[in-house]
Design a protein around this ligand. Structure first.
Ligand code: APR
Length: 228
């Protein structure tokens, strides 16, 4: 089976009601990133950070996958599909995709604040401040904060090198190392981009541009790729 590799960003979840990053004038749901999404923020004010991610998790649980998520799941009928997402929501999984690599973690799981490889399911939408991991340290959202390593980046790069088809959906490619993944896709491989505002990037001339929002552009591209 041909391998399709799909790199998604916040734009694919925009129509599910989850805000993108760069459309929100530098704030994330009204918070400064450095106050809620860095290790320093956690050291300075863990309660605020925990509350921020509990609020985000509630929105994710209330959100529904949209036509783009469902269409990507259909691709699995005919292709060996890997989704590499920068998103911390679980909408790809709830849309039916079975092979999702979360570069920046996933908000529906918690992790030990002492050992990031210890992760746990979350019962409901909030992590309480008195909940601890098996090492006795407080639990935090299983997400990659700014300034932290992206443990899945090497895996993701290798997956991009194996692509027979590459699709970029809803990412401004503003944040590295995720943005650098595009350079691992072999030159001869067909590359598509779906975004209502095609971002500037080196080599974007080689992309087949679908200047549409995801809920329109992705289903039509999937129909073409499935050949019906
Ligand atoms: N359909 C498709 N794309 C859309 C839609 C839509 N309905 N609405 C917006 N977009 C596009 C925007 O044009 C933009 O190119 O989605 C992209 C969103 O870009 P960002 O907000 O920068 O999100 P993303 O690229 O995922 O950010 C990467 O930055 O803040 C960090 O860790 C965070 O994972 C995030 C990373």
């Amino acid at each position: 089976m041909k391998k399709i590799v799909i790199l998604t960003g916040a734009g694919i979840s925009a129509e599910s009601g989850l805000k993108t990053f760069r459309d929100s004038d530098g704030l994330w749901e009204g918070y400064n990133i450095e106050d809620v999404a860095t290790p320093e923020a956690w050291r300075r004010n863990p309660v605020l950070v925990q509350q921020f991610y509990n609020e985000r998790r509630k929105s994710v649980i209330e959100a529904q996958p949209n036509a783009a998520h469902y269409a990507l799941a259909k691709l699995e009928e005919k292709y060996d599909v890997t989704i590499i997402t920068q998103n911390i929501d679980d909408l790809h999984e709830r849309g039916g995709s079975t092979n999702v690599v979360h570069l920046h973690g996933i908000i529906t799981r918690s992790q030990s604040s002492k050992d990031s490889t210890l992760t746990y399911p979350i019962d409901g939408w909030e992590i309480k401040m008195d909940e601890t991991c098996e090492l006795g340290s407080p639990l935090r959202a299983h997400v990659v904060w700014f300034g932290e390593d992206v443990p899945m980046i090497e895996t993701a790069a290798r997956i991009c090198q194996q692509a027979d088809v590459f699709i970029l959906i809803g990412s401004s490619l503003a944040v590295y190392p995720a943005a650098g993944l595009v350079n691992y896709v072999p030159r001869h491989v067909p590359k598509y981009i779906v975004d209502p505002k095609i971002p500037q990037m080196s080599g974007n001339s080689t992309f087949i541009k679908i200047e549409e929002k995801a809920s329109v552009g992705v289903p039509s591209l999937v129909t073409d790729l499935l050949g019906h």
